[in-house]
Ligand binder design. Structure first.
Ligand code: NAP
Length: 202
């Protein structure tokens, strides 16, 4: 499959390193233009390229991987979200004040993302773990559990299939409202490291 990324930082590059060995392609984008990502895509190697946010959004699956403060601007740089699969990897954190989670009683962070990407099939994924936990993209990597939530069963199935293919264990938590709250920052499944590597060891 072809994955586009809004954001080209730690999250985008880590996920890309897991996807590329399995023949998936990635298009990374940022706010400063594709030419600023030449070194990054060269390091990622075959199957990786840089594009505009619109070009990233034109891929089969789009991953939102920007700071929470940049979410509205990044999503507004895409002309039409209707029917697109949008993976929300963000956490609702103010980088300058990470301990202040704000009021978490209202709409979940991915429902807020949906409000900015009208018509997109939003799936929350990747947000629960620090990327250093999945830095190892080798074939022998530990099998780490990734939670996914979303309101569109087809989109979750597509992502879940890819996650299993590339060596993760995917657990579907249900809707953005219920599952999203469990896995978003401040929820019980945020920052939970479940690794299945020793599960069947004698
Ligand atoms: N790091 C982790 O371990 C981790 C784990 C799970 C979830 N998360 C969440 O994932 C998100 C990304 O984290 P990160 O660590 O990858 O951040 P990061 O390394 O700072 O990368 C953010 C990227 O977003 C780009 N960006 C900023 N504004 C943009 C826009 N309007 N359009 C497109 N791209 C834009 C930045 O590039 P320019 O500034 O050059 O545009 C940069 O490439 C955050 O919400 C974070 O909370 C992080």
């Amino acid at each position: 499959m072809k994955f586009g990324f809004l954001g080209a930082g730690v999250v985008a590059q880590t996920i890309a390193r897991h996807l590329l060995p399995f023949g998936h392609e990635v298009v990374l984008s940022n706010s400063r233009g594709p030419e600023t990502l030449a070194d990054v895509v060269a390091r990622l190697g075959r199957g990786a390229s840089a594009g505009t946010p619109q070009q990233a959004a034109d891929q089969d699956v789009v991953v939102l991987s920007v700071d929470w403060a940049n979410v509205p601007k990044a999503l507004a740089s895409v002309s039409d979200w209707s029917g697109r699969i949008l993976i929300d990897a963000t956490n609702r954190i103010d980088r300058n004040n990470p301990s202040d989670l704000g009021d978490l009683s209202g709409r979940t962070s991915s429902e807020i993302v949906s409000d900015h990407a009208v018509g997109a099939k939003v799936v929350k994924a990747f947000n629960t773990i620090p990327m250093q936990w999945i830095d190892d993209a080798s074939p022998n990597k530990p099998k780490t559990t990734l939670f996914i939530s979303g309101d569109d069963a087809t989109a979750k199935k597509a992502l879940g299939g890819v996650l299993e293919q590339i060596g993760f264990a995917a657990v579907d938590l249900g809707s953005l409202e219920i599952g999203g709250r469990l896995q978003q920052v401040g929820g019980p499944l945020a920052a939970l490291n479940l690794t299945l590597v020793d599960r069947f060891a004698l």
